[in-house]
Design a protein around this ligand. Structure first.
Ligand code: NAD
Length: 262
């Protein structure tokens, strides 16, 4: 059974990576590639190896007969697209990051109608890291201070990264804290560390696909857990895996843990 995928944001860094990664997948085809209206590439081929699939600005038409929508765009674009996906009854994989709390609630509401995978990081490694953090936070306890550093390419818009916020959320939960009450995203001037604080710092530059390091800082020892993505292909492969898994699932909001069976 072949899964027909529509890629939204097809001209973007992740969109192009998805189209390239799909080439190696036998049971999955790109049946639609959608870009923003007015994009100069509209009506040009989505890829040299995808004859007949032109970049289009018409998501509604692209969704007709599709099995799954994969979105890597921007939050407001994602929410509009989910409205169309719900209308067409097409499940969706959302990789976009940078949602406000209200936008996340809006996104979650679509999961009552649609099967939805929403994951700020689709790589297998980061999702295993989430598990490791839960173990380490519980084992090391409150005697260890928690800090997190992330590094991404110079074009990234949202900061801290969606992955960093997800990792921070996992750490806060493991300590029974509300992230909003302990999160510190910068320090300057007279800014000593408060007890229970969770510092998250964002570095930007070059073409870095995405690095995340979590520090457990104790007295006399420290543990550092690092994930480095050296290619965006890992996110694309995760998204395609999620698309295949999502087909046939009941409506609901799923993460990569479910997709990967973690
Ligand atoms: P990008 O800017 O290269 O691509 C986004 C694309 O969306 C652009 O081509 C833009 O023209 C397009 N777009 C904007 N409005 C649109 C519309 N109305 N219809 C169709 N397309 C539209 O960005 P990117 O690096 O590809 O990242 C996209 C998103 O994915 C970001 O939020 C990023 O943080 C996230 N991301 C997530 C993961 C993950 O594993 N979940 C991995 C990498 C990036």
């Amino acid at each position: 059974m072949t899964t027909g995928v529509v890629v939204l944001g097809a001209a973007g860094r992740m969109g192009q990576e998805l189209i390239a990664a799909a080439r190696d997948q036998r049971d999955l085809t790109i049946c639609g590639a959608v870009v923003r209206a007015g994009h100069p590439a509209v009506d040009t081929p989505a890829s040299s190896w995808l004859p007949g699939v032109l970049l289009s600005a018409d998501l509604g038409s692209a969704l007709l007969g599709a099995d799954v929508l994969i979105d890597f765009t921007r939050p407001e674009v994602t929410l509009r697209a989910l409205r169309e996906a719900a209308r067409a009854g097409v499940p969706a994989v959302v990789g976009t990051t940078g949602f406000t709390a209200a936008q996340r609630d809006e996104l979650a509401a679509f999961a009552r109608e649609l099967p939805l995978v929403f994951a700020p990081n689709m790589s297998a490694g980061v999702n295993v890291l989430v598990k490791l953090l839960q173990v380490a936070a519980a084992a090391l306890g409150e005697g260890f201070d928690l800090e997190l550093m992330e590094l991404h390419h110079r074009h990234k818009r949202d900061a801290p990264s969606g992955t960093a916020l997800r990792l921070a959320e996992v750490l806060a939960q493991a300590r029974g804290q509300a992230l909003g009450e302990v999160l510190v995203t910068g320090r300057q001037g007279d800014a000593p560390r408060a007890a229970g604080e969770l510092g998250v710092l964002a570095l930007r530059g070059g073409d870095v696909a995405g690095d995340h390091t979590v520090f457990f800082l104790g007295d006399g020892e420290r543990l550092e857990l690092t994930h480095r993505a050296s290619s965006r292909r890992v996110f694309a492969q995760g998204a395609l895996r999620a698309a295949r898994w999502l087909r046939g699932q009941p409506p609901g909001l799923y993460g990569m843990a479910e997709v990967l069976g973690l």
